[in-house]
Ligand binder design. Structure first.
Ligand code: PLP
Length: 486
């Protein structure tokens, strides 16, 4: 075998402690089945605090909205309701869930395209509506008028920001109103000023590019003046989410993997992936073409640090730090982190069913789960699972093995990941493979009932006087945790 190419996950103390409780994890999976999702509600409160520290350091006022769509868990949302966080919901179901989890309407914002029913419940309860389009504004106005509701507080979501330096034009988006059409939207907002109150302008760019985000933020600051000139008085700029997560512990492992993947695609080393899949790279007559379509899994500038970096950047045309501009104009800053707020907040457990070798010397580990139960591959995130052997078993001294992880769907394509995964030793049936740091989008965003396979149950795990305890996700209420000072 070639030298193992690990992509070790970055684990903070809470996840490290949980993964060290082998007996506890095996008991859980034994009782509740495989796959099993475990969420860590106390971690989300810690993550919130780190974002709030950026606000404090920069003297900014504003609000942190958790983008609920990153995870369906009740425990995470209820734990967050017990802090000073706010929540961003994107469906009628998420709105009901947030209200029922303890978020009062003044702490909720509705984003994304909305149905009339969704708009009615938002307006009826007094939730802030982040308007996706001019049509949505008209629907909301009609609902507020017909049902004689109090004026709705709205933000408008904009897209397609033009950079003045002609370098970046942010990519087209299916969401929001193009900046070009902002004036017309303001006409409508002026017309409807007794039914809707404009409190701010928003954007959410699905990119990791800091310059694109700086351009969008500076544009929003300029547009606030246009609103004021019309006699509207928004005070909020909402820069959305997309702060990202650093998944890997070691930059060298990531660099080695990506360069060895290129070599494998070019045929100068044995394949690292099933059928030498290139994740976007291809070999054209000995030349490497294409672009690596993977999340930059080692990403030290992520989460709160990314926010801080963005705020410290010079505004592209005004050449002053963005944080200073926000502060001088007394704008409140809203953010909507999803993935970054659930960093280190969960793990997916799966039981090993079978370990088999084929005639070509390849080793397959069949798990009691499928790719939709841990959709790392679909989201382009490559990181190693952690092997948790059965507590009663002495680990074989086989040394590291490279294996392919396959799922429980009778499909040739049911790979958990197409990458060869290196494990410290050969696993056995009954061992657990744990996929850490999967609370953001991977554990339940895509899960379904193909072949009548069960969807993972979800439990909340928390520490109580040094001991790990658990309950079903739906039974978790934050009455055991201390509440936060706001
Ligand atoms: C998905 C989404 C987010 C969260 O994005 P992350 O990358 O998970 O931080 C925030 N705001 C809106 C409008 C979204 O659609």
């Amino acid at each position: 075998m070639t030298a193992p190419l690990y992509l070790a996950p970055r684990l903070e103390h809470r996840l490290t402690s949980l993964l060290g409780t082998k007996g506890f994890l095996h008991q859980l999976a034994g009782a509740l089945g495989s796959p099993l999702n475990v969420v860590l509600p106390d971690q989300i409160a810690d993550n919130l605090r780190r974002f709030q520290e950026v606000y404090e350091r920069r003297n900014l006022s504003g609000k942190v909205y958790f983008a609920h769509k990153a995870n369906r868990s009740s425990a995470l949302v209820r734990r967050l309701a017990d802090t000073c966080a706010h929540i961003d919901i994107a469906s009628l179901g998420e709105l009901r869930h947030a209200l029922g989890s303890g978020f009062s309407p003044d702490r909720i914002m509705a984003t994304g395209p909305k149905s009339p029913e969704f708009l009615w419940l938002a307006a009826r309860t007094g939730v802030t509506v982040n308007l996706d389009s001019a049509d949505e504004l008209e629907t909301l106005v009609a609902i507020v008028t017909k049902h004689q509701l109090p004026p709705a507080r709205v933000l408008v979501r904009l897209s397609e920001f033009d950079s003045t330096g002609a370098t970046v034009l942010s990519r087209r988006s299916r969401f929001g109103t193009p900046v070009d059409a902002f004036s017309r939207l303001l006409d409508a907002l002026e017309r409807h000023r007794d039914t809707v109150r404009l409190t701010g302008i928003a954007h959410h760019l699905d990119t990791i590019g800091l310059t694109e985000k700086a351009t969008a933020l500076e544009s929003c600051i300029a547009l606030m003046h246009e609103c004021a000139a019309r006699g509207l008085s928004p005070h909020v700029i909402d820069i959305g989410g997309g702060f990202g997560v650093n998944y890997l512990a070691d930059s060298a492992q990531w660099e080695t993997f990506t360069s060895e993947l290129s070599n494998a695609v070019l045929g100068s080393r044995p394949p690292l992936t099933w059928r030498n899949h290139g994740y976007g790279l291809r070999n054209e007559g000995g030349t490497l073409r294409g672009a690596l379509g993977l999340y930059p899994a080692h990403r030290p500038l992520a989460g709160p640090r990314y926010l801080d970096e963005l705020l410290g950047l010079q505004a592209p045309s005004l050449s002053r730090p963005l944080a200073t501009l926000l502060l001088e104009n007394l704008h409140e800053l809203y953010i909507e982190p999803g993935r970054a707020l659930v960093d280190q907040c969960g793990v997916v457990l799966a039981r090993v069913l079978e370990v088999r070798d084929n005639a070509g010397g390849e080793c397959f580990v069949r798990l009691e789960m499928n790719a939709s139960d841990v959709s790392l591959e679909e989201h382009g995130v490559l990181m190693d699972p952690v092997l948790v052997p059965r507590p009663d078993r002495t680990c074989p001294s086989t040394g590291p093995v490279g294996v392919y992880l396959i799922g429980n769907l009778c499909l040739e394509a049911d790979f958990i990941t197409r990458r060869m995964v290196f494990l410290p030793h050969r696993p056995s049936p009954g061992d657990l493979l744990t996929f850490p740091n999967t609370a953001g989008y991977f554990m339940d965003f895509s899960a379904d009932h193909a072949l009548h396979q069960p969807i993972a149950r979800k439990v909340a795990a928390y520490q109580d006087g040094g001991r790990w305890r658990w309950c079903l996700d739906e039974n978790y209420w934050p009455i055991t945790s201390g509440s936060e000072d706001c």
